[in-house]
Design a protein around this ligand. Sequence first.
Ligand code: NAP
Length: 944
Amino acid sequence: MSDSSTAVRLDGKVVSEQVRRELANTVSEFKNKHPAFAPKLVAIQVGTRSDSSVYIRQKSKACNEIGILFEHIQLPSDIQQSELDKHLDKINNDPLVHGIIVQLPVPDHLNTKHIVHSICPEKDVDGFHAENIGHLSKRATEPFFHSCTPLGCIELLKRYNISVAGKNAVVVGRSDIVGSPIAMMLTNLDATVTLCHSKTKDIEAKVRNADILVVAIGKLEFIKADWVKQGAVVIDVGMNAKDDPSKKAGYRWVGDVEAAAKQRAAYMTPVPGGVGPMTVAMLLSNVVTSAIRHFEASSIVSIVPNPLTLQDPVPSDIAIASAQTPKLISQLAGELNLAHAEFEPYGKYTAKVTLDVLDRLQNNSNGHYVVVTGISPTPLGEGKSTVTIGLTQALYAHLKRPAFACVRQPSQGPTFGIKGGAAGGGYSQVTPMTSMNLHLTGDIHAITAANNLVAAAVDARLFHESTQTDMQLFNRLCPKKKGERKFADIMLRRLQNLGISKTNPDDLTPEEISRFVRLDIDQIMWRRVLDTNDRFLREITIGEAATERGMVRKTGFDISVASEIMAVLALTTSLPDMRERLGRMVVALSKKGEPITCDDIGITGALTVLMKDAINPTLMQTLEGSPVFVHAGPFANIAHGNSSIVADRIALKLVGAPAGEPVTLENAGYVVTEAGFGADIGFEKFVNIKCRASGLVPDAAVIVATIRALKMHGGGPDVVPGKPLAEEYTRENLGLLEKGFANLRRHIENVSKVGLQAVVAINAFSTDTEAELELVRRLAREAGAYDAVPTNLWAKGGAGATELAEAVVRCCSESKQNSKFHVLYDHNLPIKSKIETIAKEFYRAGSVSFSKEAERKIEEFTRNGWDKMPVCMAKTQYSFSADPALKGAPEGFDLPIRDIRASLGAGFVYPLCGAMQTLPGLPTRPCFYDIDVDSETGDVLGLF
Ligand code: NAP
């Protein structure tokens, strides 16, 4: 309290230093707990005004002192508004920036109001944005930030324990950044506020009545000392220069209130040293608040389930999907803390997510990684996709854990053909399933375009080389433009491969020109693709038109998902890596038997352009609102049949733990990724090809089994699509089941061979009996499974898989603490040894026999240096052996290797253990009979 003669000094210097010390402690404590925490303020200065430069230097110094990163962006004084807007847009969208200020004033040609409102309110640490001011004036809402000077005034009152409630407060001055917000803040603290301005009558009388007086008008000593009420609290915001010859500068700073008022007031701010120092301290406080708020929000994925209304009997997949309105994709992206620049919506419910997320979250730990695989299936499939989706729904909507599913994009071939789509089924689906199963975001179309551009380029090159001399080819490949020849960048790459270091085309010798222009294509290995089951294109003759001058040859089409470009997409880790891989793809052999690559054809850049959007995974959601990445869909036989590495990586970071923090049950979520076919194929390739390439370490493997498939492996009758199931499958038969369990036992053993634990998900059907489910459960546990759990996720969604989800959580938790995961073989081993390891260790073959052709190629690949890659076995999924009829758990058989091929871009060699169909055909009654559009509503009908 004051003594009789003078007011207590509301010392802004002392208080602001205290505030800064406290902020420095807060930042350092938060950093200790969360090493990735890095508050950052960006200040934009337009022009070079010296006073602005001084203020910015002060702010920079203050930030450094307490551990806030500070970036000063200085822009030219003649910058156009649109250019300035671009800068603001960039930092608004930069998730690493928590506060933005534009140092005012700006040059006259710029619009200050527009600038203030171009800073996003969440980063407006000056608190000038209309949204922040507006929220301040509403009692029910809170702004993101209060402007700094008013906040400093209030802080001073708080620090000196001055009560405000019920007092008469008079604020003189009503500017948007000082007077008005102070008045509102005092009102919010329950003072009765009178706001005065230049048109106010008899200010003196109002001031005389003030218990708390705040003056912010910029008029030197406007308030006379004797107006101030005895015992009042006086906050003098004004800063006015008063002539003073005794000072070096010739002036000194005085306030809007006569200094003698301190004889009457109980508390009063000095000028200078009162409100001034508080302003910068409050700016720092706003930045720290913003950074903490942002950190807390962005390190926790929000879980907002979309509840299901279950019906019995379970309606069709499309009826279930239509009854459930998905969340808008912008909402889902917000829940995942994606910055605006990190996702590009494609319509209302899907978006591409850019790989920039990986840069932003590079220091985060990955979440828990779960792969879903299956036993050797029946031709009907055992529900791997449904379990993948349902398990994610259970983790997310029922266990309330952040959870992502990563699945492959379905090919349109089967959608209109025989199998139907791949969005899961029943109450465990990706939605909207119509988009998922049709064009989605066009990735498969991009692959088709890229693949066929290569095909067109190879045939065209063969044609041109056959009809032109070396010099004619050279003149066309490197035409003179304005008297000068230039190599395209990609041509320099070819020259480098040929050992020619010249960069000027005119320096090449005739011999070098010949080597450069002649690819001498002999054997074309590249085929065309399309995403339709068009069996009559399996083998075709091309070049029939007279214009092709008799260059007729046989070739054929594959389904688009069988293109090597799809395998490249699935295994790539970044845009530069994808470009490298596309360039390495071998499209033909030369007359000398040397490989000709896409780099040699000169097409790599163009392919990368066609694929540049496809590299970004597509964000969708499950019926219960959990996020899903749909990306890539490589064939599971001639390729590795797993969804993309980039999708898994992004998802693992999004649900991962903040940098420097160990992954725990509390701070990290789950990524459930699906591996195609049975575990002998899809899971083996997941481990030895995908994880080897990605370096990611799975924590658990879920093996999906059905009673039906196990009975088939026990010797049950054939299961044929379209035909009713035999009685063995619809009645209890424990004997058949126990016999067939051998198949599941072997898959469990295989999972443990690579150091993982298996959780068996029994995808239960209504005809399965309690005794059957219990038998599988017991046998699986005895066989070493971590657990075995019946699920009912087709009929119940996530609610039908909570027990499974709990088992997965436990399994992951144990594995994270003590991971024993490893790949099965060293990729540097000879090709034959790698094949034999897989055949003997995973399939339990007794021997492997290689055809002459396979032997010859293995030698050739080894000579070419292609023997250091993993092996991608092309084998039937219906048996551990190469014979689909050999059910159960056969052993000691011979595995015949008919042929072997190389995918240099994807990065594997693929031995063929039987005939492979690479373009499915349409049956007599394809799915398309049932597919239509409701012409009234535009809804798609009949997709499953
Ligand atoms: P401003 O935008 O110029 O606003 C001045 C306000 O004072 C206006 O509302 C105006 O009323 C009112 N006013 C002017 N003459 C008046 C009079 N004769 N009687 C009653 N009201 C009168 O100024 P500001 O940005 O709010 O700044 C005010 C003062 O605070 C300046 O001295 C400034 O340097 C200082 N300041 C200090 C800090 C700090 O950190 N210490 C920060 C910001 C500002 P009308 O609305 O009717 O025109």
